[in-house]
Design a protein around this ligand. Structure first.
Ligand SMILES: Nc1ncnc2c1ncn2[C@@H]1O[C@H](COP(=O)(O)OP(=O)(O)OP(=O)(O)O)[C@@H](O)[C@H]1O
Length: 506
C-alpha cells in the first residue's frame, strides 16, 4: 500500500512569548500537500506570530516544526527557509524600482558566473514565469505591476526556490472581485500540482470558497481543525469568539432609531469637488444622523475622494463645507479643526506612531484637551485610552503598551480611537474594517453608526458590502463618476453590479 506523503508543514506544541504576552500557547497546525488550509481567529489570536515562526522570522520558545517530514531549518539560515516556505504579505516584498526579472533572481548567484548576463536573466525569468503560468512581462518594473500580478510574481519566486508551502496573509484585501477570482483560479491550479497553501483571512466567505480545511486559534490556543465542509459559519464564529451565537447585529441602517431628517441643514456639503484623473465634480450633502456610503473598487476614485475630504490630498477644484464653513483643501490640521475625523485605509503609512503607546496614539489629535494650558496630563491620557480600549475591545496589555506590540487588527482599532477622540462632526472612514475580525467588525461599524446617531455625519468609503450596510444612502462610483444611488435596502447583487460598472460604457 502507498504511504501518504508527509504533511507540507506540521507544527506541534509551539510556544511563543513576547515579554509577558503569550502569543502562542502550545499550538498545532498540519497542512497536507495540495491542500488549501485556512487559519482563522480574532485579532490577536496569534495567526501572524505563527506565520513568523513558520517562516523563520521568530524563533519559537518551544515546540517542533517540520516541512515535508523534515525538521525546519536552523534559525537564521534564510536560504534554507526560502526553500521550504514563503509568505505573500499585503505589503510588497519586491523591490519597486527593479524589474520583475531582477526581483525574481534577487540575491541568487549563478553557480559559476562572475558577472550577470542580463539577457540570460531575462530568459530565465521568462521561463520561470511560463513554468508557473504567470503572464507578466519580466521587463516590467515591479512598481508598475497590479497587486494581483505582484502576488503571482512573489508566488512564482517562492516556488522557484523549491518551496511547496505558500502562506497568504489577507491576499484579497486590495483586490476587486475579478482579481480575487483570478487569484483563486491560480491557487487551485497550483494546488492540483501539489502546492499547499495556508490562507489567513477575516473574510469567512473566502474560506468557504477556497479552502478545504480550517484551523481556529483563540487567545493563543488551538481550538479546532476540521474539513471546511463540516463546519457551519455560525460554528466557526463561535469557535473564534468562544461564544455560543453571534447575536443580533446592531449596526444596520434599516430600522435605526430615527431616519436622517431630509430637511435639516447638511453637516457636510461639497460643491463641484473634483480631482483630475480621480473623480469628476461632485455635489454631496450629508445631513445630521446620516451615514453616506461611497461604494466602489480601488480604481473608482472613492478612496481619493475620502482623502480629499480628510485633507490628505488637495482638491483640483470645488469646495468642502462643514456646518457651512469652508474647509481649506489639502490641509489635515484645517480638516481636523473643522471637525473632520479620519480613519485611513493604510494604518502604517498614515495612521500610527508605532513606537508610542496605545494611549499616546489614541490621543494624538486631542492633546489640547488633556490638561490645562497646553500640558498633557498622563492620568487623563490613560483614562481616555482606557475608555477607548473598552468600547472598541482593543486587545492590549494596557494603555502604556507600544502599538508596535499589538496585532494588526488591534492597531486598526487604535486608529479608529484616534479619529473618534475629538468627537468629530464628520467621520470619514476608508475601508474601516479591513483586517478586523468578524466580531470587532460589528462593534466598529456600531461606532460609526453611533457617531451619526448623535447628530453628526459619517462617510464610509468601501467596497465591502458589510461596511456599506451601515449606510443610510450609498453612492456607487465607477471610474470617478457616481453611477447609481441606493437607499438602504439594496440587494448585494445590484450594488456589486453598480460598483463593477455593469451597464456602464467604459
Ligand atoms: N512584537 C511583538 N511584541 C509584543 N507583543 C506582540 C508582538 N507581536 C505580537 N504580539 C502579541 O502577540 C499576540 C498575538 O498577535 P498576532 O499578531 O499573532 O495576532 P493575529 O492573530 O495575527 O491578529 P490580527 O488578526 O489582528 O492580525 C497579541 O496579543 C500581540 O499583542
Amino acid at each position: 500500500m502507498d504511504q501518504a506523503p508527509p504533511p507540507a508543514v506540521q507544527a506541534e506544541g509551539v510556544v511563543k512569548r513576547f515579554g509577558p504576552t503569550v502569543a502562542l500557547d502550545g499550538v498545532q497546525l498540519t497542512v497536507q500537500p495540495g491542500e488549501s488550509h485556512a487559519l482563522v481567529g480574532r485579532n490577536g489570536a496569534g495567526k501572524s506570530t505563527l506565520v513568523s515562526v513558520l517562516t523563520g522570522l521568530h524563533k519559537a520558545d518551544a515546540g517542533t516544526v517540520t516541512f515535508g517530514g523534515e525538521p525546519a531549518p536552523a534559525f537564521g539560515d534564510t536560504t534554507a527557509w526560502q526553500s521550504k516556505v514563503a509568505c505573500v504579505y499585503q505589503k510588497s516584498m519586491v523591490v519597486p524600482d527593479l524589474t520583475v526579472a531582477e526581483n525574481l533572481f534577487l540575491n541568487r548567484f549563478d553557480d559559476n558566473a562572475r558577472w550577470i548576463s542580463w539577457g540570460r536573466l531575462r530568459k530565465r525569468a521568462e521561463q520561470l514565469l511560463a513554468d508557473y503560468g504567470v503572464q507578466v512581462d519580466p521587463n516590467t518594473r515591479a512598481r508598475d505591476l497590479a497587486v494581483e500580478q505582484r502576488q503571482f510574481v512573489e508566488i512564482a519566486r517562492a516556488l522557484s526556490f523549491g518551496a511547496r508551502l505558500i502562506i497568504l496573509d489577507e491576499p484579497t484585501a486590495q483586490l476587486d472581485a475579478r482579481g480575487i477570482g483570478r487569484l483563486f483560479d491560480k491557487l487551485r491550479e497550483l494546488q492540483s500540482q501539489g502546492v499547499a497553501f495556508l490562507f489567513i483571512s477575516h473574510h469567512l466567505q473566502e474560506v468557504y470558497e477556497l479552502c478545504t480545511a480550517v484551523t481556529v486559534y483563540r487567545d493563543a490556543r488551538h481550538v479546532l481543525t476540521a474539513p471546511v465542509a463540516d463546519v457551519a459559519k455560525t460554528e466557526l464564529v463561535a469557535a473564534m469568539t468562544g461564544e455560543k451565537s453571534g447575536g443580533a447585529v446592531a449596526w444596520h441602517a434599516a430600522g435605526t432609531a430615527t431616519p436622517p431628517d431630509a430637511s435639516a441643514e447638511p453637516v457636510l456639503r461639497t460643491e463641484g469637488l473634483t480631482l483630475e484623473g480621480r473623480f469628476e465634480p461632485l455635489d454631496l450633502q450629508v445631513r445630521p444622523g446620516e451615514v453616506l456610503g461611497l461604494a466602489g473598487s480601488a480604481a473608482s476614485g472613492n478612496t481619493a475622494l475620502g482623502e480629499v475630504l480628510a485633507g490628505m490630498r488637495k482638491a483640483g477644484g470645488g469646495t468642502v463645507r462643514v456646518h457651512g464653513e469652508a474647509v481649506r483643501s489639502g490641509s489635515v490640521p484645517h480638516a481636523l479643526a473643522a471637525g473632520i475625523g479620519y480613519i485611513p485605509e493604510d494604518r502604517h503609512d498614515q495612521g500610527l506612531v508605532l513606537g508610542r503607546s496605545v494611549a499616546e496614539n489614541a490621543t494624538l489629535t486631542v492633546t489640547d484637551q488633556l490638561g490645562p494650558w497646553g500640558t498633557v496630563l498622563p492620568s487623563r491620557t490613560r483614562e481616555f485610552a482606557r475608555g477607548m480600549i473598552d468600547s472598541l475591545d482593543i486587545k492590549t496589555q494596557g494603555p502604556e503598551q507600544p502599538v508596535s506590540g499589538l496585532s494588526g487588527g488591534n492597531q486598526q482599532k487604535v486608529v479608529v480611537a484616534r479619529a473618534l477622540a475629538r468627537g468629530p462632526s464628520v467621520l470619514v472612514a476608508v475601508r474601516p474594517t479591513a483586517g478586523v475580525d468578524v466580531k470587532s467588525k460589528d462593534s466598529l461599524l456600531g461606532v460609526v453608526r453611533r457617531v451619526a446617531d448623535e447628530g453628526n455625519a459619517a462617510v464610509v468609503v468601501s467596497d465591502e458590502l458589510d461596511d456599506l450596510r451601515v449606510c443610510d444612502r450609498v453612492l456607487a462610483l465607477f471610474h470617478g463618476r457616481v453611477v447609481a444611488t441606493f437607499a438602504s435596502g439594496w440587494t448585494d447583487g445590484e450594488l456589486v453590479a453598480a460598483m463593477e460598472g455593469v451597464g456602464e460604457r467604459e
